[in-house]
Ligand binder design. Structure first.
Ligand code: HEC
Ligand code: HEC
Ligand code: HEC
Ligand code: HEC
Length: 207
């Protein structure tokens, strides 16, 4: 009985401590939701060769052409089978071929251009706050400012069987194809090894 009491009191103290700790660091919700600025909004800081030019790598990837793909004969043929007259205008196709599909207008900056296809923010999340903080040269890099390393769930939002042109998806092997590392970041041999695809899934990687 006595022991129970001690545990009970300890529990209250711990709970009160947790509350006071949470109050020490108030995190007011941002007045405006973080907006999508579009890939061009990332260029001022992510197009230098010495840093790995993420913009150029992305531009050369199929993601940058994802919306234009919807006007190709292959897309028109897929659309026809489904009774879709213009895939570039139909939500059934747009949902995976543009960035920020279904987001309210308030979350799209004026600079945002959906015709640029699957842009940086499809994987890294909206970049407005990140860009602003970086412009101010904020000393502390808020952890939730931008998604640093998108995971497999990010990709599977689109790379899944709902896609009429679905190809089996292998996370590491597909990331290798679109990789755009910051060349200044130091990485241990182990870290570099861990990035490589061991191809355990036995899925053919895009060439
Ligand atoms: C005003 C400059 C600026 C703009 C614009 C900018 N960034 Fe960054 N970004 C930085 C800086 C600075 C870093 C830290 C690394 C470095 O020094 O380059 C960074 C880091 C990152 C990282 C890695 C984060 C980490 O923790 O390793 C990602 C991902 C990223 N940016 C994505 C984006 C995306 C997407 C956009 C466009 C929506 C964007 N950035 C626009 C300056 C900028
Ligand atoms: C918002 C939707 C979306 C997300 C999220 C997405 N992709 Fe894609 N991805 C596409 C579309 C659409 C295409 C086809 C574009 C085309 O061919 O025009 C594609 C094509 C690709 C290709 C080229 C495939 C080939 O056959 O050449 C690779 C590689 C790829 N994605 C990797 C990834 C990885 C890795 C992730 C996650 C980190 C990811 N994608 C997240 C929509 C997406
Ligand atoms: C669930 C997400 C999703 C939807 C919905 C979707 N796509 Fe795609 N599409 C993709 C992905 C991802 C790829 C890249 C191929 C892959 O690796 O699976 C792709 C690739 C394509 C390609 C290129 C195929 C190739 O081999 O190069 C065409 C054409 C295409 N889609 C047309 C369409 C059309 C037309 C619609 C609407 C009827 C549509 N897609 C709806 C995700 C989607
Ligand atoms: C299809 C998803 C996808 C798109 C689109 C994409 N990225 Fe990334 N990005 C990733 C992944 C995954 C990583 C984690 C690093 C890795 O595994 O290669 C990453 C890493 C980064 C990093 C950190 C690099 C490092 O060395 O740690 C930066 C900076 C970055 N991306 C910027 C951008 C910018 C800018 C764009 C658009 C021009 C962009 N990304 C488009 C998926 C994406």
């Amino acid at each position: 009985m006595k022991n129970c009491m001690v545990l009970f009191v300890a529990g209250i103290v711990a709970a009160a401590f947790a509350v006071s700790r949470a109050e020490d660091k108030p995190k007011p919700p941002p007045a405006k939701p973080n907006a999508f600025v579009g890939a061009k909004g990332c260029t001022p800081c992510h197009d230098a060769k010495s840093k790995g030019n993420q913009y150029a790598t992305w531009m050369a990837s199929k993601h940058a052409a994802a919306w234009r793909t919807l006007a190709t004969p292959a897309a028109i043929a897929i659309g026809k089978e489904k009774g879709i007259a213009d895939p570039q205008k139909d939500n059934a196709c747009l949902k995976c071929h543009v960035t920020a599909f279904g987001e309210p207008a308030a979350r799209l900056a004026k600079s945002f251009d959906p015709t640029q296809g699957i842009q940086c923010e499809s994987c890294h999340g909206p970049g407005e706050f990140h860009r602003k903080e970086r412009n101010l040269n904020a000393a502390d890099f808020a952890e939730d400012e931008i998604i640093a390393a998108p995971d497999v769930k990010t990709c599977e939002r689109c790379h899944n069987k709902e896609s009429p042109a679905f190809k089996p998806f292998c996370f590491k092997g597909f990331v290798e194809k679109i990789r755009h590392l910051d060349l200044r970041k130091e990485r241990t041999k182990e870290e570099v090894e861990a990035m490589k695809c061991d191809n355990k899934c036995g899925i053919e990687h895009p060439k």
